[in-house]
Design a protein. Structure first.
Length: 130
């Protein structure tokens, strides 16, 4: 995508993500390097903040947006229901029923073949000669 100055930058999300990263990394450095001087590492983490925000803003202007955790968790259910659409006059209940049927068909295991070692196709054990 091309640069678009009118695209919004999710500043709050970028700041929250960096603060989480900075807190976790500072705690890790303090735990791992108790006896050493960690001032340099913490200064490096602080310097990474403006760089992270700058790169995040540039990527947002180019149109890059990551999915949120909520979108990642609900991605399968949303994709199945949105492909049919509700413009055909079906109610939401019927479209959700359709997506649950699709999900149940995905959970079934494939039929056993002669190359699988389970079920009726299991090779018989040869009897030992005496």
């Amino acid at each position: 995508m091309a640069w678009d100055a009118s695209r919004p930058v999710p500043w709050e999300r970028l700041i929250k993500e960096w603060l989480l990263y900075a807190g976790v990394m500072t705690a890790i450095f303090l735990l791992l390097f108790r006896d050493a001087n960690v001032v340099g590492a913490i200064v490096g983490i602080l310097i990474s903040g403006p760089l992270y925000l700058l790169f995040g803003a540039v990527l947002a202007k180019f149109g890059y947006t990551r999915k949120t955790m909520k979108e990642l968790r609900g991605g399968r259910r949303d994709d199945g229901g949105s492909s049919g659409g509700t413009s055909s006059g079906k109610s939401d209940a019927s479209s959700s029923q359709k997506s649950s049927d699709d999900d149940s068909s995905r959970e079934r295991s494939p039929a056993p073949t002669k190359r699988t070692s389970t079920g009726y196709n299991r090779p018989t054990a040869k009897q030992k000669r005496r």
